[in-house]
Design a protein around this ligand. Structure first.
Ligand code: DMJ
Length: 673
């Protein structure tokens, strides 16, 4: 926690500050200087400084290489064709993991949208030929489908206007001092996700997602408009009462501080980008540029600051192409690295980002398994962007170590791991909820991020899902809902955290990526359960934890709630899974369920003066007992997934190009360079 006492302590150590760029590489407001023209001039100067002999040798070498290139291209062409013509099944067989029956070939009852994307992205197969070197790299272009005639849709510009009217926001667009190209505008790919500094090594093997041609402004619908309105209402509260602070307290019109790093603002950046909220984004961007300082004597939680801050900055960098966000990401990423200096290399939970020291919680030398295994997507991406492998090395080592550990139960992991011994502790308790949840999520997502090549990750994921099926699945009464319970020292408990509702989405994502078709079936069953966790409750909002009835009793519902568990923190997991399910099946019921949830958030958690609040009692519609706190993930995740769920545009964060971190920040899937 950030405290005045801590802030008053000694001067910060600076031995882990981020890479500093030369002035010519620094991007400021209004300009980006890593221009082709600059590079051309510099290259020409160097060329002219060479002797005639040196120039001749270089020219000869180029000519020689070109001839070799032509010869080898011709001779490899046939072999390459035969590889790429292999069916997906054959390719899978080649990659099969011993002991695992991996993939049933047919995965999804794919909707027409998903089919279309298959055609576009052959990297869905496991062995994609490398891209030619001229391939452009850069941020995605988003929302790029032509308006559909059969729907009452508006263009993005219409939408923004409508929302502005709705909330009586500023009527006149101010003259734009455009910081960067906005959304559909053209961003030169070589000014975007390419590492901006010559001091930073160009990533060798991997490239980012390919930039697409710019297309029509995005059509969006009434439900998406309602999400935009909700976001702006939440943002108004944050702006009026908590600007630059971690979380809004909407009732007391104040704020709470966790790390003192503007958590809500950073978490919300890419949501604003995706929703098309230009003014809000630019204002927030200014705060990041002028006020976000990591050189602070403050303890932060490694996991939380990685998924929210590092993840948020990286995805905003990818979407906007604005290198300010990459610079900030490098800064915070470097400052988090001391966490890995432990005897076992399993990171400590807490880091002082100003002093460069790290430590476990006061009462234990354990870390949480989910925390140490759910920081990988972000650090791996940071290495790819900076060319500095230390970030990826540190987090990969954790995964490799956990892969070899004993103490798992058919792939299910305990909740704690010791930072000295590197061993699991508190053995015997297995859950897909708090303290273990995103371990499973990141196994799959790292495998996807890395181009589906890292078999140990896939092996652990597949094994774990088998473990879930074997030990944790049960059906409730009377509706026979499939749910994921917990196992404690051999005893099954019918308890399920709302957090577990990430699982249907993750299973569906795996199935979409070629894993077993029965994962999709399980996803369908589980998302129905997660929806019932809302629908069977008086406010239509899920509690934090439910207990399922295993025995039919007259007048009893499937879902039972204990008094200590009946709060709702505006969590995203069910909406997140609804989004994946809709993307992959096209079944409108998932949109309708999400719509019900949004309306209930509006009914019971919206604070008239701005913001939304978590509540203490989802069972009491006449007094849900507001808790006076808006978690940053409501803007970072819940509303973002809501907006994506209501969209019919699969290019609005295309799931064959991006993988979401556990805080809903999309990061590019790597493709071979
Ligand atoms: C978020 O910070 C992340 O989704 C995390 O993985 C779990 N908890 C919250 C949301 O519920």
């Amino acid at each position: 926690m950030y405290s005045a006492a801590a802030a008053a302590a000694g001067p910060p150590r600076r031995d882990f500050i981020s890479v500093t760029l030369g002035p010519e590489e620094v991007v400021g407001v209004g300009g980006y200087n890593n221009s082709k023209a600059w590079r051309r001039r510099s290259f020409w100067r160097k060329w002219k400084q060479l002797s005639r002999l040196q120039r001749s040798v270089i020219l000869f070498l180029f000519a020689f290489l070109a001839v070799c290139g032509v010869i080898s291209y011709t001779s490899m062409g046939e072999a390459w064709k035969s590889i790429t013509n292999k069916s997906l099944d054959e390719q899978r067989t080649e990659q099969e993991i011993p002991g695992l029956k991996l993939a049933n070939p047919a995965v999804l009852p794919a909707p027409q949208k998903a089919d279309a994307s298959h055609g576009d992205y052959p990297e869905l197969s496991l062995q994609k030929p490398p891209k030619p070197p001229h391939v452009r790299r850069g941020p995605s272009s988003l929302q790029i489908k032509a308006p559909r005639r059969d729907m009452r849709l508006k263009t993005r510009h219409d939408t923004i206007r409508a929302v502005e009217e709705l909330v009586e926001a500023d009527k006149v667009e101010k003259t734009e001092k455009s910081i960067i190209s906005w959304r559909g505008a053209v961003i030169e790919p070589d000014q975007s996700t390419e590492p901006p500094s010559s001091k930073i090594k160009e990533p060798e093997k991997l490239s980012s997602v390919e930039a697409e041609d710019q297309k029509e402004p995005v059509p969006i619908n009434e439900r998406q408009l309602a999400v935009i309105e909700a976001f702006r209402h939440a943002w108004k509260g944050y702006k009026d009462f908590a600007w630059g602070h971690d979380e809004l307290k909407p009732l007391s019109k104040s704020y709470s501080e966790w790390f003192g790093l503007g958590l809500t603002l950073i978490d919300a950046l890419d949501t604003m980008w995706i929703l098309g909220l230009k003014e809000e984004f630019e204002e927030a961007r200014k705060w990041v540029a002028n006020d976000l300082v990591f050189d602070k004597n403050v303890d932060v939680n490694l996991f939380e600051s990685t998924i929210r801050i590092l993840g948020g900055l990286l995805s905003t960098y990818h979407l906007s192409g604005d290198s300010l966000f990459l610079e900030k990401a490098k800064d915070i990423g470097s400052r988090l690295m001391p966490a890995f200096k432990t005897p076992s290399k399993i990171p400590y939970s807490d880091v002082n980002i100003g002093r460069g020291t790290a430590h476990p919680p006061r009462w234990t030398s354990d870390s949480t398994v989910a925390e140490v295994t759910s920081i990988q997507l972000e650090f791996r991406e940071l290495s790819r962007l900076t060319g500095d492998e230390k970030f990826q090395k540190a987090v990969d080592e954790v995964m490799k170590h956990v892969h070899t550990l004993s103490g798992k139960n058919d792939g299910l992991v305990p909740m704690f791991i010791n930072t000295n011994s590197g061993q699991f502790t508190h053995l015997g308790v297995y859950t897909l909820g708090a303290r273990a949840d995103s371990y499973y999520e990141y196994l799959l997502k790292q495998w996807i991020q890395g181009g589906k090549k890292e078999n140990e990750l896939l092996e652990d994921y597949m094994r774990a899902i088998e473990g879930v099926k074997k030990h944790l699945l049960q059906r409730s009464e009377p509706k026979k809902l499939t749910f994921v319970g917990e196992l404690a020292h051999g005893h099954f408990s019918a308890k399920m955290d709302h957090l577990v509702c990430f699982l249907p989405g993750t299973l569906a994502l795996g199935a979409h990526n070629g894993l077993a078709a029965d994962h999709m079936k399980l996803a369908e069953a589980l998302i129905e359960t997660c929806y019932q966790m809302y629908a069977q409750v008086e406010t239509g909002l899920s509690p934090e934890i439910v207990h399922f009835n295993l025995h039919a009793q007259k007048g009893h519902k499937d879902v039972e709630i204990k008094p200590a568990d009946r709060h709702n923190l505006l969590r995203p997991e069910t909406v997140e899974s609804l989004f994946y399910m809709y993307r992959f099946t096209g079944d409108k019921k998932y949109q309708d369920w999400g719509w019900e949830i949004l309306q209930n958030f509006n009914r019971y958690t919206r604070v008239p003066t701005g913001g939304y609040t978590s509540i203490n009692n989802v069972q009491n519609p006449s007094n849900p007992e507001p808790r006076d706190k808006m978690e940053s993930f409501f803007l970072g995740e819940t509303l973002k997934y809501m907006f994506l769920l209501f969209s019919d545009d699969i290019d609005l964060i295309n799931l064959d190009k991006y993988v979401f971190n556990t805080e809903a920040h999309p990061l590019p899937i790597w493709v071979p360079a």
